[in-house]
Design a protein around this ligand. Structure first.
Ligand SMILES: C[S@@+](CC[C@H](N)C(=O)[O-])C[C@H]1O[C@@H](n2cnc3c(N)ncnc32)[C@H](O)[C@@H]1O
Length: 258
């Protein structure tokens, strides 16, 4: 059981993260549109490889951000997609990006924090791309994900490993950043702060075991796990991500609720 003090601190941290996304929403939207982010060059293509058929399914996308995954799910034949996000600013971008799908009633969007979700419906498939490292009360989030899934339902998520905060980097002769030492260690759960065009966004970097063990405790079976590499042509488009050919940027896991 969490103490009142702990849950107050977690709520405060989570609302700071939500406010950060409200203020970076346009920047994030522009970044995804350029298709040159780590999401586009590594994570998203890897995520889609683990995605089962969505044909005629009603899917929940948690932390839908600007709606990239929702668009893909509809393109692949989902009957309907419910997108939720704790940031209103991100959902406004989604609304703008998904106007025609919303009019056709194929998409519904709600402000919702997964660690305190108000959703009552159950789903056969839930997606969650690069979100759980922004979720402060991760244990409550996993409990809620379990409640939102039907028996045998699937939950797929991706999460960065945070090696950028573990390793120190220096530039080589070609100007490419290469690892040269350690900032911290991989094994601790830690809060880190990223800077996106002058806006600070907090993340909680957790070792992979924390994710796997929490889902296992809540009755999930790990069906497939991957550490995606940059897609073909990625390094040419963005040379500075070359170290992600040697160390993983993120992991993707597909769990089934037993
Ligand atoms: C890195 S963005 C990823 C957005 C989108 N999934 C994508 O792949 O483009 C993380 C998103 O998670 C949302 N988020 C953070 N904490 C959340 C929470 N507790 N519940 C729901 N969404 C959350 C943020 O507002 C943000 O839109």
């Amino acid at each position: 059981m969490q103490s009142k003090m702990q849950s107050k601190m977690q709520s405060k941290m989570q609302s700071k993260i939500t406010k950060s996304y409200d203020s970076v929403a346009e920047i994030f939207n522009a970044m995804r549109n350029k298709k040159l982010s780590l999401n586009d060059l590594i994570e998203y293509p890897g995520f889609l490889k683990l995605l089962p058929s969505v044909k005629n399914k009603i899917v929940l996308d948690i932390g839908c951000g600007t709606g990239v995954m929702i668009k893909e799910l509809i393109k692949r034949g989902a009957k309907k997609v419910i997108g939720t996000d704790s940031s209103k600013g991100m959902l406004i971008c989604s609304e703008n990006n998904l106007k025609s799908e919303i009019i056709k009633k194929k998409v519904e969007l709600f402000v919702d924090d997964i660690s305190k979700t108000k959703l009552k419906t159950k789903f056969d498939l839930i997606t969650c791309s690069l979100v759980l490292d922004n979720v402060v009360d991760f244990k409550s989030a996993v409990k809620n994900i379990s409640k939102l899934l039907n028996k045998n339902g699937i939950f797929i998520f991706s999460v960065p490993l945070g090696f950028g905060y573990v390793l120190k980097f220096k530039r080589n002769k070609e100007g490419i950043k290469v690892p040269c030492g350690y900032e911290s260690n991989f094994f601790d759960t830690k809060k880190v702060t990223d800077n996106w065009d002058g806006h600070k966004v907090d993340f909680i970097v957790r070792p992979v075991s924390v994710y796997i063990n929490e889902f296992a405790k809540n009755g999930f079976y790990l069906e497939e796990y991957s550490e995606p590499k940059p897609i073909k042509g990625a390094i040419k488009k963005k040379p500075k991500i070359i170290h992600f050919c040697n160390i993983p940027f993120c992991v993707i896991m597909r769990f089934r609720k037993l």
